[in-house]
Design a protein around this ligand. Structure first.
Ligand SMILES: Cc1cc2nc3c(=O)[nH]c(=O)nc-3n(C[C@H](O)[C@H](O)[C@H](O)COP(=O)(O)OP(=O)(O)OC[C@H]3O[C@@H](n4cnc5c(N)ncnc54)[C@H](O)[C@@H]3O)c2cc1C
Length: 329
């Protein structure tokens, strides 16, 4: 894989040197995604600090290098051809409990870890997040939610790195959080802002009561969702209905393409049995869209994001792309 821009350029090289960060090349990304799927990153850096995250991304932007942020890799399908430019693996995991129910979390903090630590402290508001994989940054971008709660209901503000602006603080209202979306997710042009950190506002409650609710959420998830390698829900729920119900009603539970099978427990989950590829997932998604539309007249919209180099694969499948955002590097 090659890119017209040298990686690193001058600004990125300086940032890497300041933070003593190695740059890795041609790194298979499958090990960094919950689906265990993903071709190679042209270049990859792992950051463990919010300042380093800002510095590295700013350096890459200054050099004109495309940047892809990767948190837990639990809501992305990375193309088999991989990702051009720089992939930044976010492992910035600092956490600060402040006064009055406020908690500041670096964007690489794992959401279930944050939920558990807050519950143990007797701070309520994040218990819905106990079974939602991934990082604070990814959760803010997609307004993650479950069990009637979501990021919008407990977030106070975020620290962002915005192209042309630098580091800014936005109140939750500025993010335009909606059902699995935000102003960051629908940002009109690359590069997209980077979430550096988030501040949550929680309420005091008896820790035992919070932990009990979380245990019930965990038990529900274990009953209703499959284990194994997946990206969670593949399609958004259409208004007034459930994508899983429609896929099941179309008779598609257990359908497979290559190493990918539609879960027999929850039809909106696709499981990678070990040798599945991104092309398999995408082909199965198109099949599901076609069947559900034919049977019920509903076009299911992908909930996951497509990342990386997809163009040729779309052409291979007759030029028929899954409808939904495809983000090239
Ligand atoms: C088994 C399973 C169950 C799930 N259940 C739920 C559920 O109940 N509710 C729910 O909402 N979701 C669920 N998901 C989806 C997923 O957990 C969420 O979407 C999660 O918030 C994604 O976070 P992440 O860090 O993994 O993001 P990634 O997949 O790494 O990234 C997602 C997007 O956010 C961008 N991004 C990541 N970090 C940053 C950052 N710091 N700044 C800017 N952009 C960034 C990425 O570039 C990408 O575009 C589930 C997934 C799985 C695998």
């Amino acid at each position: 894989m090659s890119d017209s821009r040298a990686i690193p350029g001058k600004a990125l090289a300086a940032a890497l040197q300041r933070w003593g960060l190695p740059l890795y090349r041609d790194v298979p990304l499958a090990r960094f995604t919950t689906s265990r799927i993903g071709g190679p990153a042209e270049a990859l850096v792992m950051v463990e600090d919010v300042q380093a995250l800002a510095d590295v991304v700013q350096g890459a932007w200054a050099d004109g290098i495309p940047v892809t942020l990767l948190g837990g890799g639990s809501n992305v399908l990375i193309a088999d051809r991989g990702v051009r430019g720089l992939v930044v693996l976010n492992r910035a995991r600092a956490l600060r409990f402040e006064a009055d129910g406020r908690v500041w979390a670096a964007s690489g903090v794992l959401l279930p870890t944050l939920a558990r630590l807050c519950a143990e402290r007797g701070w309520s508001g994040l218990e819905w997040a106990i079974g939602v994989p991934g990082t604070v940054g990814g959760a803010v971008v997609g307004n993650a939610g479950a069990h009637g709660g979501d990021i919008a209901s407990c977030l106070e503000s975020v620290e962002l790195l915005v192209p042309e602006e630098g580091i800014v603080i936005w109140g939750v209202g500025q993010l335009a959080l909606g059902y699995r979306t935000s102003r960051l997710k629908t940002w009109p042009a690359a590069p997209r802002p980077v979430v550096l950190a988030a501040r949550f506002l929680l309420r005091p409650e008896d820790p035992e009561a919070i932990l009990e609710r979380m245990a019930a959420f965990n038990a529900y998830r274990r009953r209703t969702q499959p284990g194994g390698a997946s990206i969670g829900s593949m399609f958004r729920n259409p208004p007034g209905d459930y994508a899983g119900r429609l896929i099941e009603a179309a008779g598609l539970k257990g359908a497979r393409r290559g190493g990918i099978v539609i879960s027999t427990l929850h039809a909106n989950f696709f499981i990678n049995e070990g040798n599945g590829t991104a092309a398999d997932v995408r082909a199965l998604m198109m099949e599901v869209q076609r069947c559900v539309q034919e049977r019920f007249g509903v076009l299911l919209e992908p909930e996951i994001e497509f990342v990386g180099e997809w163009e040729d694969e779309a052409a291979d499948s007759g030029g028929c792309a899954v409808r939904g955002e495809i983000r090239g590097a």
